[in-house]
Design a protein around this ligand. Structure first.
Ligand SMILES: C[S@@+](CC[C@H](N)C(=O)[O-])C[C@H]1O[C@@H](n2cnc3c(N)ncnc32)[C@H](O)[C@@H]1O
Length: 428
């Protein structure tokens, strides 16, 4: 591929200049099941469905999303009758994808399980919105405080005490048909709304004023009702098989079983923009011990593509060489510009595309002949130097035998910044 090819942009018009809710997480907030958990950098179900339709996918296809996030792609395809699988590295996001795509039919038992939990927790958390009682409760049950660094920074004392009551109560429950997982998902989805963190930016930030006491049991009740309503509304829809694998998409071929071969990939890898999925999901990772300790969070971040936080940054300080001349050559114009100002940034970008190279190699091993690929990715800027991530990604895949069918620029990310999100369409 040469970057000046006249056909590079605009081949697939339907994907150009899309409205925000057809590209971003905003498009899922009113949709059953999709709305259960907000991940700001997740994409819109409308986008996944439009791509599936554009690829003319059906029941004989097998679709892979190697960067599952909260499971948008497999969940959409499940109710379209298109078999699919996905892979996710972050154990908490893997859990969200797996629970959202699971089929629950016995809604009566589920409802009873939720009711009895609410009854138990109402007793346990009684009076804990009071500061003094919350303080005493926390002192008495310190062993149940989630092992996150500085929990009192995340939650005001009454809110933390109620969450501790929930953790204690959960320990005594017996599972019936995976219903505990749904309960856990309901609890996890309210952790940030009752915290001192705010969602007004793509990354979580702490509000100036901590959030006052909230009736967490009441909020949880509402959330559990929402889960049941959504499952009820989808219960008679025909659906296809979904498998969500826990694993690392740097080596897709080692995660997936040998067959069947993938006929399409619809995905959005992390963008090279230093966003940290491990950092954003810390409250959830620690609440139900999806992860052991801070050290494990650092390891998760280092294994992630585009990981940048804590230990992942120290790794970059030692310098990063291109895995080969292909990656080195593609990044040379960019690193030449950035090196002077920020060796660390140049190393970050090099590690990112070294990982994308490994990923593309794995994808080439699991895809059928004529497979179709759609990669949703945003470009970046470092020290005012643009990084054409979409074009570099396409060139890497080209090395592994995929041809570029078009890059559709869907949406500007900040007006006048030159940043945008695009879909890179490729095929074998
Ligand atoms: C842009 S998000 C995908 C969002 C997804 N399309 C959705 O709608 O929820 C990228 C995801 O890739 C995951 N990820 C990062 N590195 C990974 C790796 N090496 N293997 C598998 N998943 C990885 C992140 O944890 C994150 O969930």
């Amino acid at each position: 591929m040469t970057r000046t090819e006249p056909t590079l942009f605009g081949l697939v018009d339907r994907f150009e200049n899309r409205k925000t809710d057809t590209v971003t997480f905003k498009g899922k907030m009113g949709l059953p099941i999709h709305r259960w958990y907000r991940l700001t950098p997740s994409f819109s179900p409308m986008l996944a469905l439009d791509i599936a339709e554009h690829f003319e996918l059906g029941g004989s296809d097998y679709v892979l999303d190697p960067f599952s996030g909260v499971g948008t792609v497999p969940l959409c395809l499940k109710y379209k009758g298109i078999p699919s699988c996905s892979i996710e590295l972050n154990p908490y996001l893997h859990f969200v994808s797996a629970v959202k795509t699971k089929t629950f039919t016995d809604l009566c038992t589920l409802s009873r399980c939720f009711d009895s939990f609410i009854q138990l927790i109402s007793e346990e958390a009684k009076g804990l919105t009071d500061e003094k009682r919350a303080t005493d409760y926390l002192a008495a049950h310190a062993a149940f405080i989630p092992p996150i660094h500085k929990p009192e920074r995340w939650w005001s004392r009454p809110n933390l005490a109620q969450l501790v009551a929930i953790r204690r109560t959960m320990l005594g429950l017996e599972d019936t048909g995976g219903h505990i997982d749904l309960l856990r998902l309901g609890i996890l989805s309210i952790l940030v709304p009752v915290s001192n963190a705010k969602h007004n930016h793509v990354s979580l930030t702490f509000a100036h004023e901590p959030l006052a006491a909230v009736d967490i049991v009441g909020l949880l009740r509402q959330k559990l009702d929402e889960l049941i309503d959504d499952l009820d509304c989808m219960r008679d829809r025909p659906c296809s098989d979904v498998t969500v694998y826990a694993g690392n998409s740097k080596a897709v071929d080692r995660v997936l079983p040998r067959s069947p071969k993938v006929s399409a990939v619809i995905t959005s890898p992390p963008y090279p923009n230093r966003f940290s999925y491990a950092r954003e999901t810390r409250p959830h990772l620690f609440f139900f011990e999806f992860i052991e300790n801070a050290k494990s969070v650092g390891c998760l971040e280092t294994e992630a593509i585009g990981g940048t936080w804590g230990k992942a940054t120290s790794v970059l300080m030692h310098g990063v060489e291109p895995v080969n001349d292909i990656v080195g050559g593609l990044l040379a114009p960019f690193t030449a510009n950035v090196n002077g100002n920020g060796q660390l940034m140049a190393n970050y970008v090099m590690k990112y595309f070294n990982n994308i190279f490994e990923h593309a190699e794995g994808i080439s091993k699991v895809c059928r002949k004529h497979a179709k690929l759609a990669y949703v990715i945003g470009n970046s800027k470092f020290y005012d130097h643009p990084l054409p991530s979409d074009e570099i990604l396409a060139s890497i895949f080209e090395y592994f035998g995929f041809s570029l069918d078009g890059i559709s620029k869907m949406r500007r990310r900040q007006s006048k910044s030159g940043l945008y999100e695009a879909v890179v369409f490729m095929s074998r």
